[in-house]
Design a protein around this ligand. Structure first.
Ligand code: HEM
Ligand code: HEM
Length: 396
């Protein structure tokens, strides 16, 4: 038995590649289907869902590299000739399905990976090379399109596998020929004439079907994508008007940092460089909690367990602005989820004429606000939450 293919048989390496990819894929598919459907109402359920997804993704990445190896190998190998060259339609269908399988071997894991790399959070890939991918930006829109493509392509892949297995079984049971045996045991099938010409039509059809799938995945979906960077929505009172800014937050989830931001918020700022009674001014920030995006865990973050945006659509930070060692600090209370907690936000301020630029950071503990009460340890969601504020304001 040779390592290489011949006109009549599959060699050891081609068969090893075939059955290794087949086994990996036949595990990855049910894992993906199950992971997607597992509930996540409690901390335990969420941890299990994340773990199943991590296995699915890690296995998927392995498939990607094995598939690349397999395709490279196939490029330099002979293809055993068909055992029924006269059955034109059957041959055409077999070739179409083989091309669909080859394309899906790359397209399915790649779209899953791009989806994963475009958002932070949830289930990590278990490997040491980071969770991102070169050239893939952090973008909800990219993630949504790649996720939709992954969904469509997995359906094309599953359909092709069903046809492929049905074809293999038909050869074995109905035709009683050596098609399956030469892939399982590597036997030499009877010698057959080599086909003079290989039509490019099956390949073109396979590419067209995946192109159609990609077009369906790229179609605009109902929900508009929320902008991560936004300007406050309502003109504020006070003697400074915010012209642009970001209100971000970051938390550790499954050991990885997930960051996001609120798209809609307003800030009333009264500020004077000269302190009166030890105070430089005051600030009131109103935050639309429903405008939060937080990587792939946005819906969990907005749910009743965490921000509970339906019951508490607004969070309000009211503070006095006081001089501090390295700039200023806003010292006051943050009212969130019906709980008011003292918060100090140290910040730096650069004033250039009538334009002020501030950046500040505060560290909060989600437990102070009763957030994620069922997540009693930091394994799935860390206790600490970092809030980052950066804004530019104009003197009125
Ligand atoms: C050949 C390898 C892979 C196969 C066969 C595969 C298959 C699947 C399947 C069948 C689903 C369920 C779709 C549904 O619910 O109908 C799924 C979902 C998913 N897969 Fe994969 N996958 C592969 C690789 C990957 C990789 C490499 C990643 C990421 C690194 C990944 C990430 C995901 C994610 C995030 C979902 C859920 C998508 C969503 O939110 O709708 N997959 N996959
Ligand atoms: C239990 C499931 C499977 C069975 C019984 C099976 C059987 C076979 C057989 C008998 C052949 C040889 C066909 C011929 O000689 O013309 C073959 C080829 C092939 N199989 Fe599978 N297969 C299975 C799963 C898969 C899976 C999951 C994939 C990939 C997603 C796959 C991809 C391919 C490809 C691309 C070829 C063509 C190889 C070439 O270029 O010559 N198979 N399979």
């Amino acid at each position: 038995m040779s390592a290489r293919n011949s006109q009549r048989s599959y060699g050891r390496i081609a068969r090893l590649f075939h059955w290794a990819t087949a086994a990996l894929i036949l595990i990855a598919i049910p894992l993906g289907l199950v992971a997607n459907r597992l509930p996540y109402d409690t901390a335990q359920q969420l941890a299990l869902k994340a773990q199943v997804f991590s296995v699915h993704k890690t296995l998927g990445v392995v498939v990607f590299f094995v598939a690349l190896g397999r395709i490279l190998w196939t490029l330099f190998e002979a293809h055993p000739v068909p055992l029924h060259p006269d059955r034109r339609l059957e041959l055409w269908l077999a070739r179409l399905v083989h091309w669909m399988l080859y394309i899906s071997l790359v397209a399915v894991p790649l779209t899953g990976w791009v989806h994963h790399a475009a958002v932070t959070g949830f289930a990590p890939i278990w490997w040491p090379f980071g969770q991102g991918l070169p050239f893939v930006p952090q973008s909800e829109a990219v993630a949504a399109t790649a996720g939709a493509a992954h969904w469509v392509f997995t359906k094309l892949m599953i359909g092709s596998i069903l046809l492929h297995v049905a074809g293999a079984l038909k050869h074995h049971v109905v035709d009683r020929d050596d098609t399956l045996r030469r892939m399982t045991r590597g036997i030499n099938a009877p010698a057959m004439p080599v086909l003079a010409r290989r039509s490019p039509l099956p390949l073109l059809t396979a590419v067209a079907l995946f192109g159609l799938g990609a077009a369906v995945a790229a179609m605009p979906r109902g929900e508009p994508v929320t902008q991560a960077i936004a300007t406050p929505t309502v003109p504020a009172a006070g003697n400074w008007q915010v012209s642009e800014g970001t209100l971000g937050l970051a938390v550790t989830q499954m050991g990885q940092q997930v960051s996001g931001s609120f798209a809609n918020w307003t800030a009333d700022i009264t500020f004077d460089e000269v302190a009166t009674n030890g105070t430089n001014g005051s600030v009131t920030v109103s935050i639309d909690t429903g405008s939060l995006t937080l990587g792939s865990v946005t819906s969990q973050a907005k749910s009743a367990d965490f921000f509970d945006v339906t019951a508490f659509p607004q969070a309000i930070f009211t503070a006095d602005i006081l001089p501090a060692a390295t700039g200023y600090e806003a010292t006051g209370t943050l009212a969130l989820r019906g709980t008011a907690v003292p918060v100090t936000l140290p910040f730096t301020l650069v004033i250039d004429g009538d334009i002020a630029t501030m950046t500040g950071q505060a560290s909060l503990d989600r437990r102070d606000f009763g957030m994620g009460a069922t997540y009693t340890d930091e394994a799935s969601v860390g206790f600490g939450v970092t809030v980052d504020v950066a804004l530019t304001a104009t003197r009125q």
